[in-house]
Design a protein around this ligand. Structure first.
Ligand code: MN
Ligand code: MN
Length: 468
């Protein structure tokens, strides 16, 4: 090989190298094996309740126990707490005093979808339908003419809970929302994209056989008869149900080189999987207590008692302080003020087809590793939690020492749009927080795309942060 010129050497020393992570990686086999585990996890868990169920299984198989089972806690104990089947906190008690702060990584398990309305069932022109109300930021036209499955629970008034999951197995029927044929869509095609499909037109087609001749609403009756025989429910039971429509498409390996992953709900289940496996795979007890958050309701503003804005997380942390026998007034606030956090949420990946929304120097690229957003927000950083430079330096140092590929990015061009995560909620408690996740293409669509390389770097990066 030819000697490097002085200019080349100077460039190497001074430039921030941004390179494709696949080049020179020795980890390709590990990346592919790890990604297979992620794809399997995704195919078992499409809703927040299913994610919590799968996460509990993984945690328990690695020795984590419900914090209720402990009267006292000590170094090395592995605990979890599940909040109403929808959010979960886990911790490994570290060697250092908890009063020096903890290291937190937090992701969210909820993803954009269509929820059933409380009175969903109706019949029109001998078709039966479910009315829906979309959850989170979606482009409505993307949710018609795709196979959808129904997941969730119906809780009867006596508290009996009926679990529903239909449309995932090959033998199951699927459901879909129809759209207009192009031949008759002249008016629709003139509309703005955002108005092309009305929210009230996202009605799920669920059947067409009448129960008997000459009865009004005979198709609706037949559907209720089927549901009654199959699940033991009647129409009024929908009032106390949470039923979610999600794409009935499998998460799969993508591309001739199989470098990518396509699947529903990767925002933010990809970070949930990376943080959870990083936590349970840790070989040694960390110095600082490692805390893992799987939150709910991020896509609609983190409100409610399963969202990050709820005090449930503080209650969990206070419970740890109680069971360590150290708690006293104001201690939790002091612990938070010395704590550090990676807010593990996905980033908008640079898409060359839509390059004009990104600023190339500050965009997140698929295949370049974990993506750090110093701040999010929109239009002048409004609403952002802007990570302190000192903390960014600390995180950089951890990643560089552990050979983790990372990029520091912004979500889109200035004034084009923006977004938010749970970062500010934890930062408001006094914690040092930075957003740190995986770049995604087609975010919030029924079929999001990520890079296996970035997923694996997130896993390694999260582990390194907890081990630091
Ligand atoms: Mn997200
Ligand atoms: Mn999102």
């Amino acid at each position: 090989m030819a000697e490097k010129t002085e200019v080349e050497m100077l460039k190497e020393k001074l430039f921030n190298k941004k390179e494709n992570g696949w080049i020179n990686t020795k980890q390709k086999e590990n990346i592919f094996v790890y990604s297979k585990g992620y794809i399997d996890f995704m195919n078992k868990s499409k809703t927040e309740r299913e994610i919590i169920k799968s996460s509990k299984e993984i945690a328990e198989s690695k020795g984590f126990k419900d914090i209720k089972e402990f009267n006292t806690l000590k170094t090395g104990d592995k605990v979890y707490f599940i909040n109403r089947e929808k959010s979960m906190y886990l911790a490994v008690i570290g060697k250092n005093s908890i009063e020096d702060g903890v290291n937190i990584i937090g992701a969210h398990a909820d993803s954009p979808r269509l929820d059933l309305k409380p009175n969903p069932l109706y019949e029109d022109s001998e078709f039966a339908y479910f009315k829906t109300h979309y959850y989170g930021g979606i482009k409505k036209y993307q949710w018609t003419t795709i196979p959808l499955s129904i997941h969730g629970v119906v809780v009867k008034k006596d508290g009996e809970k009926v679990e529903i999951n239909i449309g995932e197995n090959e033998e199951d029927p699927i459901f879909t929302i129809t759209d207009l044929l192009p031949h008759l869509a002249q008016d629709q095609m003139e509309k703005k994209l955002k108005n092309g499909i009305d929210g009230e037109d996202l009605n799920l087609l669920i059947g067409s056989i009448p129960y008997s001749e000459g009865v009004p609403e005979a198709v609706k009756l037949n559907i209720l008869d089927i549901l009654n025989k199959k699940y033991g429910i009647t129409e009024v039971d929908f009032l106390s149900s949470e039923l979610e429509l999600v794409p009935a498409m499998k998460c799969r390996s993508m591309g001739f080189d199989e470098s990518l992953i396509a699947g529903y709900g990767q925002d933010d289940k990809i970070c949930v999987y990376a943080e959870l496996t990083a936590l349970v795979d840790m070989q040694e007890v960390p110095n600082r207590t490692a805390v893992c958050i799987i939150s709910d309701k991020e896509e609609i503003g983190s409100m409610g008692n399963t969202g990050m804005e709820s005090h449930m997380f503080d209650t969990f942390m206070a419970e740890i302080l109680n069971k360590l026998g150290v708690n006293r007034p104001n201690l939790l606030d002091q612990v938070f003020s010395k704590s550090k956090m990676l807010s593990a949420d996905v980033d908008a990946g640079f898409d060359p087809i839509y390059a004009n929304v990104s600023e190339r120097n500050n965009a997140g690229y698929l295949g370049r590793g974990i993506s750090l957003n110093k701040y999010t927000g929109a239009r002048g950083k409004s609403g952002a939690s802007d990570a302190n430079a000192e903390f960014v330096a600390e995180v950089r140092n951890v990643f560089e020492k552990n050979d983790i590929k990372y990029q520091i990015t912004e979500l889109g061009k200035v004034d084009v749009g923006g977004g938010g995560t749970i970062a500010y909620i934890l930062a408001n408690k006094g914690i040092d927080v930075i957003d740190c996740g995986v770049p995604v293409l087609s975010m919030h669509s029924p079929y999001e795309v990520t890079s296996k390389f970035d997923l694996y770097e997130a896993y390694k990066g999260y582990k390194a942060f907890w081990n630091a």
